[in-house]
Design a protein around this ligand. Structure first.
Ligand code: AHG
Ligand code: MN
Ligand code: MN
Ligand code: MN
Length: 313
C-alpha cells in the first residue's frame, strides 16, 4: 500500500517520494509517543556542522537512509553525515536531507520536521549537490505537528499533502499553495540583534515601527526555532523569515545550510509565488561550494523580500 496519494507526483519520482512518506509515517508515530518511548532529545554526539546531535536526529537519518537505498537514490547527503553516501549505484537521483529540523524543539512538543531536495544524480557524489539550486527537480518538507503534513514541489507549483491518521497515508489537501504577497508577521532570532548588519537592523525596525511607521501596518513577531514550522506558516498566511549573516564567528553566512535547508525551502517558496534570497541575490541562482556550507536566508512575501533587497543596496 502506498504511503501517499499518487496525485501530482511524477511517475519516475514516485518510489522515492513514497519511501520518504512511508518513513515519515513511522517517524510521526515515534515523535507522537514522545517520552513514552526512548529519550528522543538526548544528546548523542556532534555532527560535522558542529550541531549537538540528538537521538532523534540520528534515528531519523538511519530510517531515511535505509528506506531510500532501494528507492532510486544513488547519492545521499545528510546533515547528520559528514560525506555523501552512495546508496545504489543504479539510482537516478541525488537526495539531500535534513532528517530532523528544529532539534532544539524535540523535548518541548513543538513542531519539528524533515527537509529534502532532489537532483538528477551526477557521476561524482559531491558534484550531484554542489551545483545551482535551480537544478533541483524536487524539494519538500514534512512537518510533525498537530497535523503531519508534506509540502512538495516538482517545479509546477507547491502541493500540500496531509497524513490521514485513519488511512495511514498522505492525502492531497491543496493542489497549489499560494504564498500571500502581503505580510503581517516577521521571523528572526531577535537574540542576535546586536550582531546584525545595518540593512537587517533597518528592516526589523521598520517592522517594529508598526502602524505609526513607514509600513503603516502592524507586523507581529514570530520565532519558533524550527525552519519547517516557520516556512509552513509563511507559505500558508504570508510573512517574512530572516536568518542573515551576522558578526558572530562562524555566522558569516548565517546558521542555515544551503544544500539541505536553504535551497529546498527557496524552491518551495518560489513555486508558491514567494521570493527567497541571501538578502539580495535569489537563492536559486546560487550554489554551495561545500556540502555543509551555510547561506544567509531571507524568504517570504514578495514585497517584503524586495524591500530587504532594496535596503541591502
Ligand atoms: P536543525 O535542528 O536541523 O539543526 O536546524 C535548526 C535550524 C532551523 O531549524 C532553525 O530555523 C534554526 O536552526 C534555529 O536557529 P537558532 O538555533 O538560532 O534558534
Ligand atoms: Mn542540527
Ligand atoms: Mn535544520
Ligand atoms: Mn537537522
Amino acid at each position: 500500500m502506498s504511503a501517499i496519494d499518487k496525485a501530482l507526483i511524477p511517475e519516475a519520482l514516485f518510489p522515492t517520494i513514497d519511501a520518504l512518506c512511508a518513513t515519515a509515517v513511522k517517524l510521526s508515530a515515534v515523535i507522537a509517543r514522545g517520552p513514552l518511548g526512548q529519550s528522543l532529545g538526548a544528546g548523542v554526539g556532534e555532527n560535522s556542522d558542529g550541531d549537538q546531535q540528538k537521538a532523534l536526529d540520528v534515528m531519523a537519518d538511519e530510517m531515511f537512509e535505509a528506506a531510500l537505498r532501494p528507492a532510486g537514490v544513488k547519492h545521499y547527503a545528510s546533515e547528520e553525515q559528514e560525506t555523501v553516501l552512495v546508496l545504489d549505484e543504479a539510482g537516478a537521483y541525488a537526495l539531500a536531507i535534513d532528517p530532523l529540523d528544529g532539534s532544539s524543539n524535540i523535548d518541548v512538543n513543538v513542531t519539528i520536521g524533515t527537509i529534502f531536495s532532489v537532483f538528477e544524480a551526477e557521476e561524482e557524489a559531491e558534484a550531484s549537490f554542489l551545483r545551482p539550486a535551480s537544478e533541483q527537480i524536487a524539494a519538500g518538507y514534512i512537518a510533525y505537528g498537530p497535523q503531519t503534513l508534506m509540502a512538495v514541489t516538482f517545479g509546477t507549483g507547491t502541493h500540500l499533502y496531509v497524513l490521514d491518521p485513519e488511512t495511514g497515508a498522505f492525502e492531497l489537501a491543496t493542489g497549489q499553495m499560494d504564498l500571500p504577497v502581503a505580510a503581517k508577521e516577521f521571523s528572526i532570532n531577535a537574540s542576535n540583534r546586536r550582531h546584525w548588519t545595518l540593512p537587517v537592523r533597518a528592516y526589523v525596525e521598520e517592522c517594529e515601527a508598526g502602524v505609526e511607521g513607514a509600513k503603516g501596518k502592524n507586523m507581529n513577531f514570530r520565532w519558533v526555532g524550527s525552519l519547517v514550522a516557520e516556512t509552513h506558516r509563511i507559505l500558508t498566511r504570508g510573512g517574512t523569515f530572516l536568518y542573515p549573516s551576522d558578526a558572530r564567528k562562524g555566522y558569516e553566512k548565517g546558521r542555515l545550510r544551503m544544500v539541505y535547508e536553504v535551497a529546498p525551502m527557496a524552491f518551495l517558496v518560489e513555486q508558491a509565488g514567494g521570493k527567497a534570497t541571501d538578502g539580495k541575490t535569489p537563492i536559486l541562482e546560487l550554489q554551495a561550494g561545500a556540502l555543509h556550507e551555510r547561506c544567509p536566508l531571507v524568504f517570504g512575501s514578495a514585497e517584503e523580500v524586495d524591500r530587504i533587497a532594496e535596503l541591502h543596496g
